[in-house]
Design a protein around this ligand. Structure first.
Ligand code: HEM
Ligand code: HEM
Length: 243
């Protein structure tokens, strides 16, 4: 079993790293021929950084458009952030001091994560116009994350797992060797779903995480009057035509 999980995670790690690198390169190289920031938009670069930070940290535009989705969506994402930060301890011999500080909060974040996800799932089922546009992958994504959260909570509260052994397994795994994983059903479920999450990440809607930074409506400076906007390929064509 330990060997199986070690190979599964090496594979999943390769998929997520290479997949994300490929996608981000593709986003990077995609031309944005038009100036299309959603106005009112910042007129300076630092203004854009501030706007993007608000978008990523507090989901500003979602807040303006729908308070219920914002509440559940933000609760899920913020809790996920805390949970993931708390997990860093499995991968470091001596975790960073801030990882130790957030441990107690991270513990409760699991509830925020699952409640947020259940709210988002209810919305897909209850709200007619959202149900109409929901595809199986929309539901499956939420269900996968809910089961990751529930299996994590099971380990934390009901069927305790030897987390020191889990840590030793992953420390060894990072050095390309295989240690023993504790024999625990919720841990098997948790790790299988996490590997699945990592494998589907670069092929799914989860790409919104890197994608938001490449969104022209959010990342452009509103300065078309001061500076002519011309994408690289168009600039090249222009010089060729002149020549
Ligand atoms: C830069 C980081 C991220 C930002 C700014 C972000 C932001 C958002 C926003 C604004 C939504 C839209 C909510 C809606 O209108 O339905 C959303 C949806 C979603 N996000 Fe993220 N996200 C990030 C990272 C992640 C990550 C790492 C995951 C999972 C591992 C994730 C999972 C989801 C899921 C499953 C939904 C769909 C919820 C639904 O069913 O509507 N997000 N995200
Ligand atoms: C290889 C990666 C991962 C490992 C080794 C791992 C392992 C664990 C372990 C051992 C626990 C039990 C903690 C305890 O008993 O106190 C746990 C809890 C949990 N895990 Fe994971 N996990 C991983 C990835 C993830 C991911 C990607 C997510 C979210 C999408 C997640 C969400 C949770 C949650 C919500 C809990 C319960 C709250 C907590 O203890 O932090 N895990 N995980």
């Amino acid at each position: 079993m330990s060997t199986f999980f070690a190979f599964l995670f090496w594979f999943a790690t390769a998929v997520i790293i290479l997949g994300l690198a490929f996608k981000i390169r593709q986003y990077w190289a995609t031309p944005a021929p038009l100036k299309i920031p959603t106005t009112p938009a910042p007129t300076t670069k630092s203004g854009v950084v501030y706007r993007m930070a608000k978008e990523v940290i507090v989901f500003e535009s979602l807040f303006k458009s729908n308070k219920w989705i914002w509440l559940f969506g933000w609760m899920f994402h913020f809790s996920l952030f805390l949970v993931l930060a708390r997990h860093i301890r499995y991968f470091q011999e001596q975790p960073w001091f801030w990882v130790n500080i957030i441990q107690p909060f991270g513990k409760y974040a699991a509830f925020g994560m699952v409640i947020g996800l259940l709210g988002l799932l209810a919305r897909r089922i209850v709200v007619d116009r959202v149900r109409y546009i929901s595809s199986p992958s929309d539901y499956l994504m939420l269900i996968m994350l809910i089961f990751i959260g529930i299996s994590g909570l099971m380990m934390q509260l009901v069927l305790h797992t030897d987390i020191i052994a889990v840590k030793e397994f992953f420390l060894a795994w990072m050095g390309f060797s295989i240690a023993e994983l504790p024999d625990s059903f919720p841990l098997m479920v948790h790790l299988s779903l996490v590997a699945l999450l990592m494998i589907v990440f670069p092929f799914s809607k989860l790409l919104h995480a890197p994608g938001v930074f490449f969104s022209p409506t959010r990342n452009q400076v509103d300065n078309p009057r001061e500076q002519r906007h011309i994408s690289d390929w168009a600039a090249k064509l222009e010089t060729e035509n002149k020549g």
